[in-house]
Design a protein around this ligand. Structure first.
Ligand code: ZN
Length: 426
């Protein structure tokens, strides 16, 4: 079965890297400008004019050019009501394409022009997200951003805010903004404060600058996740470190092409990263400015990299695994998502009267997953050995069962050897 857009929209998803101020609806910007009596830069009068004014979905000169769109969106995001509405509508748009968990990032530094205080900004966004949860069941958290092209002191204020709102809707800290000429090491104080208070940290790196930036983010910043990591492939040693320590990458395909972090979809490193075993998540970055959705990003990945159902399931699991949810919550949420994913596959198989999986090895893998789901609790199913079965291990189910029966706590490599021995014995 061809993986259709309808199928992609039906499966559960995450979005761990989405900017609030880059993800408004066109209609909302125009309405807010009207209500607030704000003249938008370029004075656009229609959604088409506005779309052109912000380079919506268009290839930009570079990241700095791309960031100009935010002058427009930020001009209407200076009141509590506007922040509440932007957060709620973002949650609504995500929930309607079956995003189950979302981490929304923004910098309160950019919302104070009309006198809002930092705590009021965080509370307004939090209230919008809570309303999305009430209406749609969408789980979410906020990530507070420091800004590279502002002073390190400003980012330190954001780190303090982040710590103050830990367990009050804020789940992490990020460093965003113009990456080139603004190295992460300059913001060490902010990173230290955040980590010293056991708050999660992600840093935009390897998007508009080389792997040195990722190196700094990890070793000077202490990042638990990397935003983009597009240029990680230029440093094999660092790539192995990221892989070995399972640091997740927040991949934003379309945004990377739009900002010229990557020349084209064809040349994007995602398929290499996936085949190498890196923990990759699929994200929108900016729903409005990049003119995308999570479904659109997944559809492009399927189109350009020939992903199969097993690959999509792996990406979904890695999305939940990489979230800043507490571990025990993450386990149950991931288990539910896996069960839902498999139910969607079964539904599509039945509806079409054909096998949803044309690759027999994928079918075997899915058969194994389903068998495991039936015979064990859903929890054990989702949280078995790291990355079990993905990328597809190309083993037949009974072989894996035999391997598991003889090897209870062995490494993945040991387990493979054991499987081979069993195969040979047969
Ligand atoms: Zn971003």
């Amino acid at each position: 079965m061809k993986i259709t857009r309808e199928f992609i929209e039906a499966i559960p998803k995450t979005d761990l890297h989405v900017h609030l101020d880059g993800s408004l609806r066109l209609s909302t910007i125009l309405e807010l400008a009207d209500q607030q009596d704000v003249e938008l830069p370029g004075n656009p009068q229609s959604e088409d004019e506005l779309a052109r004014a912000i380079n919506m979905g268009a290839i930009c000169e570079d990241l700095t050019d791309y960031l100009k769109a935010f002058d427009v969106t930020l001009s209407v995001l200076q009141t509590e009501e506007a922040l509440y509405r932007a957060a709620f509508e973002l949650g609504e748009d995500a929930a309607l394409e079956n995003v189950k968990y979302m981490e929304v990032r923004y910098s309160p530094l950019l919302h104070t022009r009309e006198g809002l205080s930092y705590p009021v900004i965080v509370e307004a966004v939090g209230e919008g997200l809570r309303e999305a949860k009430r209406q749609y069941g969408l789980m979410s958290g906020q990530i507070i951003c420091g800004i590279r092209h502002m002073t390190p002191e400003a980012s330190l204020r954001m780190a303090e805010l982040c710590v103050a709102f830990k367990h009050k809707g804020v789940v992490g800290f990020d460093l965003a903004g113009a990456e080139a000429n603004n190295p992460a090491k300059d913001y060490r104080e902010a990173f230290y404060l955040v980590r010293n208070n056991n708050v999660n940290l992600t840093i935009h790196a390897g998007e508009a600058y080389g792997p040195e930036s990722i190196h700094q983010a990890i070793h000077m910043g202490g990042a638990h996740r990397i935003g983009h990591g597009t240029r990680l492939r230029e440093d094999g040693d660092l790539l192995n470190y990221v892989n070995d320590t399972r640091i997740p990458l927040e991949v934003c395909l379309t945004s990377n092409v739009q900002t010229r972090a990557c020349k084209s979809f064809e040349s994007h490193p995602l398929p290499f990263y996936m085949s190498y075993g890196l923990r990759c998540t699929i994200n929108t970055d900016n729903r409005l400015v990049t003119d995308t959705t999570v479904s659109e990003e997944l559809a492009r990945a399927v189109q350009y990299y020939d992903l199969n159902i097993g690959d999509l399931r792996k990406l979904m699991i890695d999305g939940f695994k990489s979230s800043f949810l507490p571990y025990r919550k993450k386990r149950s949420v991931t288990a539910r998502a896996c069960a839902e994913f498999d139910a969607v596959v079964r539904e599509f198989e039945e509806r079409r009267g054909e096998s949803a999986v044309t690759d027999p090895q994928v079918a075997q893998e899915l058969a194994f997953q389903k068998a495991t789901a039936d015979s064990r609790t859903p929890l054990a199913y989702a949280v078995g050995p790291e990355d079990r079965g993905y990328p597809l291990l190309r083993r037949r189910p009974y072989e894996r069962d035999a391997a598991e029966a003889t090897e209870s706590s062995v490494t993945e490599e040991d387990s493979s050897e054991s499987t081979e021995q069993v195969s040979q014995a047969e």
